[in-house]
Design a protein around this ligand. Structure first.
Ligand SMILES: *Cc1c(COP(=O)(O)O)cnc(C)c1O
Length: 384
């Protein structure tokens, strides 16, 4: 059996099966050198010149991610998800038109509205799940990039990646997808026609709330991807070797974590939909979710670990519910092995599409009965 036929699950468990040639260690060493010896003929036969663009540990984590995303163009790791995302926009030119999802990670939306605009990008926000609205916003020859987040924070709106890729390509634009909340276990956007996939690797890829990292993967090693490489090299945005090692260690268990977390999220979404103190549950796995049919088509192995709950008593009841959790941890971020809860509207501030009665739940790997019991007692205390 050739290595090519091992499944992504097997290759991920062994971090591509790399064995250290000197010691035969099953965990490769962390490469910390910032510089490499030049050959006598003045060349660099290894291809390693300087630590900012060239680090073997970072490359090993990149090759694992490229395998998971089926990224023929390869993967690049950055010091954060935000560094990865902004590198895509900085690879465009001032004056370029960009269409982005209205419902998306709030800090990136903020950056697009302020910094990207200052730098000369013309950014327009539309509901990327509304294909007619998207078609109307895209200007052939002028729009250079569509940026879609799916499932999107914190309403878990689903964008039809294949349909949007077609709209983008017809107009001569690229499609980049923020797939942080899907992860390659559920969706591989490049196989559906996207050009770039972005991850906040801080979240479920690492999975242990102890690394800040970001990633981009490319369908093709083309001119745009080379612009992005130039941006990372020039800005020094590469992920350091210690973080790359931790990320690879976290990724080895990605499939078991994701499957468990998604199964628990589904169980919680179903049970909470019937709870008398819950007005509405937002989760793409529920048949009543507006994006369910597309999610059922473009996601596999479940519908992800994120769900949102709109509580029946409005904003104050939502905030009081969050105040009463004991097992859930009241904190921002998502995707770790511990479950987190957050009242998003207080974080996102004015202009956010997030309802004020909404609590965002990131489902970890705890006992799902304990998670339900904790949220149930918090809801009762919050409405008392
Ligand atoms: C967290 C997050 C980001 C930003 O990533 P950082 O690693 O915090 O910079 C971008 N997109 C989504 C969907 C996120 O959840």
């Amino acid at each position: 059996m050739s290595t090519k036929s091992w499944s992504p699950r097997s290759l991920t468990a062994q971090a591509m099966g790399k064995i250290d040639p000197v010691t035969k260690a099953v965990v490769p060493p962390i490469h910390v050198a910032t510089t490499y010896i030049r050959d006598e003929d003045n060349g660099y036969s290894t291809g390693f010149i300087y630590g900012r663009p060239d680090n073997e540990t970072t490359r090993e984590a990149e090759s694992l991610l490229a395998m998971l995303e089926e990224a023929k163009g390869g993967a690049l790791l950055f010091g954060s998800g935000s560094a990865a995302a902004t590198a895509v926009f900085l690879a465009l030119s001032p004056g370029d038109h960009v269409v982005a999802s209205k419902v998306m990670y709030w800090a990136l939306r903020n950056w697009l509205m302020t910094e990207a605009t200052r730098w000369g990008l013309n950014v327009e926000f539309v509901e990327t799940d509304d294909l007619a609205a998207l078609k109307a916003a895209v200007k052939p020859g002028v729009t250079k990039l569509i940026w879609a987040e799916t499932p999107s924070n914190p309403l878990w709106t689903i964008t039809d990646i294949a349909a949007v890729a077609e709209i983008a390509h017809k107009a001569g634009a690229k499609l980049a997808v923020d797939s942080t909340c899907a992860s390659p276990v559920h969706t591989r956007p490049l196989t559906l026609g996207a050009d770039i996939v972005m991850h906040s690797a801080t979240k479920v890829l690492n999975g242990h709330s102890d690394v800040i990292a970001g990633a981009l993967c490319a369908r093709e090693d083309d001119e745009f991807w080379n612009r992005i490489k130039t941006v990372r090299r020039g800005q020094g945005g590469i992920l350091g070797p210690f973080e790359a090692y931790l990320l690879m260690r976290g990724m080895r268990t990605l499939h078991v974590r994701q499957e468990r977390q998604s199964a628990s999220a589904m169980a919680l979404a179903q049970r909470l939909s019937a709870h008398p103190l819950v007005a509405r549950v937002l989760y793409p796995g529920l048949p009543q979710h507006p994006g369910h049919d597309i999610a059922a088509r473009q996601m596999e192995n479940g519908f992800g670990f994120m769900l949102s709950v709109q509580v029946s008593g409005g904003e104050q009841a939502a905030i009081r519910t969050a105040a009463h959790v004991e097992l859930y941890k009241r904190a921002t971020s998502l995707g770790g092995v511990e479950s987190l809860i957050e009242h998003r509207a207080s974080i996102e501030g004015a202009g956010s599409p997030c309802p004020t009665d909404l609590l965002r739940l990131s489902t970890g790997i705890e006992d799902v009965e304990d998670l339900y019991a904790d949220f149930d007692q918090a809801l009762k205390a919050g409405h008392g």
